[in-house]
Design a binder for this molecule. Sequence first.
Ligand code: MG
Length: 171
Amino acid sequence: MLNNKIQDALNGQINAELWSAYLYLAMGMHFEAEGLSGVANWFKIQFQEEQAHATIFMNYINQRGGRVELKAIDAVPTSWASPLDAFKATLEHEKKVTSLINNLYALAEAEHDYATRDRLAWFVSEQVEEEDNCRQLIDKFTLIGNDGMGLYMLDQELGGRTYTAPSILAE
Ligand code: MG
């Protein structure tokens, strides 16, 4: 059984993951409207990834005999000045998520809940990847600056991103 402190914290994290999903969906819709369908594709896949993160936590709570509590999802911003601006906002947001995961990990250790700690270890590695992906894209968008051809090509590249469900969901 999950103790209440851990269950509440995991339910809070589900809300944070769903807020992330909502944020990236908003970015996808914004860039779709701006005619950057590749950038939009990247964010729409990010939206799916965040839903998968929430699902991993929901499955885990149920597996441990706990109760999932879905809370209200706060509104998200609706526009960004450029893809660079959106990827910078994404990196800042993911850094916050990383600290939430780290706090959860510390809580699981303090509560001697090693099963939860082990599940969180997957998210610790996932956050390294999320931040690294963002940094690489910030570098690319910074490099092309206002070059239209560069933007066109990078948009094409991001249009090639496909969604792969985390293998942890198939367990
Ligand atoms: Mg996430």
